[in-house]
Ligand binder design. Structure first.
Ligand code: SAM
Length: 299
């Protein structure tokens, strides 16, 4: 696709571009080279991925090829596909993403599933109650906005400390038109929130330890914001601080649902259980069978 290959007589059809790029990205370390190639080519061509399959023999125009070439160069250097195309799907919704915010992950959809289950149970006994939900460490706003789409008459406070993340979350609130349900604020965790005011605290906080950070995949370590990933020396610092605040901010029987890594899951569950503030402390596994969420109900 570059240098000597560009002079090759064989045309750069969609099929040939995909085949060449898949091999190239495989060699440069992508764990999903074919998918990356398809997503980037579809985006450069402004079409759906599926449409590439019915156009294998077509040769894209120079503008498409040049955009695709630039993205492949950056992808091969480790830049995540979501930052290149500026968007990512989460719980079947599309979100703007950019360097200032973490790219939403599939594992985080468990927060939505667990919260919706509990919210629906509350609705069955108290149908007119307006649920008060805080999404702490909102990043792109994917959790808060998805909840707003599914619980339109809830009141959702979306909190982040990062100005860059807040700007992207605001763009997503506008995109999904949930400004009446989601209120975005810049805070350190739950500082300034009224005591006994919340039904749910949801969070996907930073939970990577300093030491784990150096072992993260290079494309995460070099491109996603460190403030979104690292909690401190042990990885539990932010979750511990958030759990302690949540014990005051939640109403009695309110739920604390927090994403974590399997490395700290048992430790966090033990900290919550022994604090005396929580009942029904449990761990939820993700689709890979790894402990991914801690759930606890305020006594
Ligand atoms: C792991 S990301 C989660 C983003 C988003 N909720 C998601 O699941 O994709 C963590 C977010 O926490 C924010 N953050 C870090 N420390 C914080 C603090 N003390 N108070 C509020 N937000 C914080 C970061 O800016 C980042 O956006």
């Amino acid at each position: 696709m570059s240098g000597t290959e560009a002079t090759n007589q064989e045309p750069w059809t969609i099929l040939r571009l995909l085949q060449w790029t898949t091999e190239h990205l495989k060699k440069t370390g992508s764990s999903s080279p074919r998918l990356d190639a398809e997503v980037l080519l579809a985006e450069a061509r402004k079409c759906q991925r599926i449409e590439l399959y019915t156009a294998f023999a077509e040769e894209p125009n120079e503008e498409v090829k040049s955009k695709f070439r630039e993205w492949i160069k950056r992808r091969a250097a480790g830049e995540p596909v979501a930052y290149l195309v500026g968007k990512k799907e989460f719980y079947s919704l599309t979100f703007h993403v950019a360097k200032g915010c973490l790219i939403p992950r599939g594992e985080t959809e468990h927060l939505i599933i667990e919260c919706l289950d509990r919210a629906k149970a509350i609705r069955q006994t108290e149908p007119s109650r307006r649920l008060e939900i805080a999404d702490v460490c909102t990043g792109s706003g994917c959790v808060a906005i998805t909840m707003a789409k599914h619980l339109p008459n809830a009141s959702i406070l979306a909190i982040d400390i990062s100005t860059d993340a807040l700007a992207i979350a605001q763009a997503n609130i506008d995109l999904h038109q949930v400004g009446e349900t989601v209120r975005l604020v810049q805070r350190d965790l739950l500082d300034g929130v009224d005591d006994n005011s919340l039904d749910f605290v949801l969070s996907n906080p930073p939970y990577v330890s300093e030491c784990e950070f150096s072992n993260l995949d290079k494309s995460v370590r070099s491109h996603e914001p460190k403030i979104a990933l690292v909690s401190g020396p042990s990885g539990t610092e932010i979750i511990e601080r958030l759990a302690a605040q949540s014990a005051n901010k939640l109403r009695s029987s309110g739920w604390f649902l927090c994403e974590l890594s399997p490395m700290i899951a048992n430790n966090v569950a033990e900290i919550l259980s022994s604090s005396g503030h929580w009942q029904d402390v449990g761990l939820v596994k993700d689709l890979a069978g790894l402990q991914r969420l801690v759930v606890a109900r305020k006594k």
